[in-house]
Each structure stands twice: as C-alpha cells, then as structure tokens.
Design a protein around this ligand. Structure first.
Ligand SMILES: *Cc1c(COP(=O)(O)O)cnc(C)c1O
Length: 319
C-alpha cells in the first residue's frame, strides 16, 4: 500500500514510507473492511530503503481505519528513527522532543510490537503493548503458556533492566542524531564515487541500487545477491539482498515463477554503537572497489533453494 515514490530510488520525497490512502481505500472497497483483520504500519520502511512515514500520513490512516472499524497496529521496532525524521523533515515538529513525537505516534495505534534488538539497544527480546483490554488479557494469558510468566515474558531480569535503560537512551536526541549521522556519513563517502543508492539517505542503512550498479546482469541472475557477495569477498563486509531472492516465488515454491520486485537492493545496515568512522571508511572503500570493477562481474546461479525464506539459506554459484 506504499506510495509510488517508494519504488523510485532517485525520488527525494521526504516520506517515502507513507501509505497511499487511495490504494488503501480501493482495497477496502474491493474486499470489504470485515475481511481485513488489521492494518500494520512500519517505519522506517525496510523494503523501501529505510524511509519514514509522516505524522500527517499516520493521522489520515488512523482516521480512515477508525471510520471503517479496522484495527491499526504498529511494528515500532525502529520507531525512534521514524520520530527523528518527523522532527527534522515535517513542519511543526522541529521544537518537539523525540520522546514527545514518539508518544504522539503511538497514540494513533491500538497496539504495537517491538523487537528490542534495534532502537532499544539490547541483545534480545521484545515488547507487545495494546490499549485493547480484551486482547491484552488474552495475550497475557498466552505468554504464560508459550514464553514465561507475564511479569517477564521469557526474558531474564538482567535483560529487562538493560531494556529499561535502552528505552531512556533511545529517545535522547544526541543518541539518534549520532546514529543517523553515521548513515549520512557513509552515504556521503559513497557520493564521492557516484555510487547509486536509494535517496534520500534512510534511517538504519544505505540501500545500494543493484539495477543501476550492475545494469548488465538480468534479474534472473540475481544482481543484488551478486553485489552483496562481491562486497563480502572484497572486504568481509556483510550486506543483505533485498530483491528477487527475498521476493521468493509465487504460491508453489517448486513450480511457481519468481516474484519480480521493482527494486534490486543491497542493504548495508549499521548496528548501533558498534562502528567507528574508520570502519565506515573501509566499508565505503570496499563498495568503491567493487564499483570500479563492476564491468567484470557476472551474475549468480542458485544451486540450493530451501522451502521457506530462501534469502536466509539459499546457496549460489558464480556464473
Ligand atoms: C529486526 C526486525 C524485526 C524482527 O525482530 P527479531 O527480534 O529479530 O525477531 C521485526 N520488525 C522489524 C521492523 C525489524 O527491524
């Protein structure tokens, strides 16, 4: 349901993670609101290159969902990065704190789920939160069955303590500014070599545009997977394919055709508080080395394909 600008890697639209309200209305008209269990928003949007949604867009989606009695939930795993972009890009939010913006964002949702490994800066764990009392009671009861008592949900007390500190630190402006500053710095290094990547620079990663990087490799030979492998061979820097391998096949995983996504991207994601500037320079130089040698790069052949989520365990051979 994302806006069309998200499919154009060169568009500088400030909120390429926005939901297209018209597409949403058309879908609900077509299938009926009753057929939709819930709508899930995420921000910044991974598959679109780490691009945020705006508060105005969220308000419009919320209003629409309320009118049609559709539940609206939020994958808030990277919500702080999204809040940062609202602060610096959306009119009326420059003077508000990250915490205040985050609170306003979640006020529009019935519930959220969070992987604590990202914004919250801990090793493992997560949060499920909702304002729906009935759902809350049910979820709390299921936690006892599947994870542990509702007071700790399967997490160690030590990890919960770390998470509490992470929640305080994640909304500090200097923390999120420094994180997104690292991504910007990496992007500006790549600009020196005119390397094509998704613009504007996103929240948690740089997404290399493999279709532009390796235009001679057809989509059936996995351009983004090829590029990720070449960078790894050059420097040991490990990226992630977000293209035809990730898109999988149609209904039948054996006989089905590949799904052909519009974009072939390589995601270079940065863990929080791990890299120094020198690490980032090495990563940029490696991408540049591969770029200078791009004409000699051939595609890949898939030699092993697992049944589910082939982008995690598939194996490839050089052509
Ligand atoms: C990492 C991530 C997840 C998955 O979280 P795990 O803790 O690895 O299960 C879900 N949603 C988003 C947006 C993420 O970035």
């Amino acid at each position: 349901m994302i806006i069309d600008e998200a499919h154009d890697t060169t568009s500088e639209h400030p909120f390429k993670g926005n939901i297209d309200i018209k597409k949403l209305k058309d879908l609900v008209k077509k299938v009926g609101a009753k057929k939709i269990a819930y709508i899930s928003m995420a921000g910044p949007v991974n598959m679109a290159g780490g691009q945020p949604f705006s508060m105005a867009n969220l308000k419009a989606v919320h209003k629409f969902c309320k009118e049609h009695k559709i539940r609206l939930w939020f994958d808030a795993t990277r919500a702080v990065e999204n809040a940062y972009f609202i602060k610096v890009r959306e009119r009326g939010y420059a003077k508000k704190s990250i915490a205040a913006i985050l609170k306003e964002m979640v006020s529009h949702f019935e519930g959220i789920w969070v992987s604590a490994k990202k914004d919250l800066m801990v090793n493992i764990g997560g949060i499920l939160a909702t304002r729906d009392k009935r759902f809350f009671e049910e979820a709390r009861n299921m936690v006892v069955v599947y994870e542990g008592l509702h007071t700790y949900g399967g997490l160690a007390g030590r990890d919960m303590e770390a998470m509490a500190i992470g929640i305080e630190e994640m909304v500090e402006y200097d923390n999120i500014r420094a994180r997104i500053g690292q991504i910007e710095y990496f992007g500006h290094q790549l600009d020196k070599y005119n390397i094509p990547y998704v613009k504007p620079i996103g929240g948690h990663a740089i997404f290399l545009d493999a279709k532009k990087f390796l235009p001679h490799i057809p989509q059936d030979n996995f351009p983004a997977q090829t590029l990720a492998a070449e960078i790894y061979v050059d420097s040991g820097v490990r990226g992630m394919e977000r293209g035809i391998v990730s898109a999988g096949r149609g209904r039948n995983h054996k006989t089905g055709e590949h799904n052909y996504p519009k974009l072939e991207l390589v995601r270079l994601t940065f863990p929080r508080r791990v890299y120094t500037q020198a690490h980032i320079d090495v990563a940029a130089e490696s991408v540049a080395t591969v770029y200078q040698n791009r004409k000699n790069i051939k595609g890949l052949k898939m030699i092993y394909e697992p049944k589910y989520l082939r982008f995690f365990q598939g194996r490839f051979e050089k052509l």
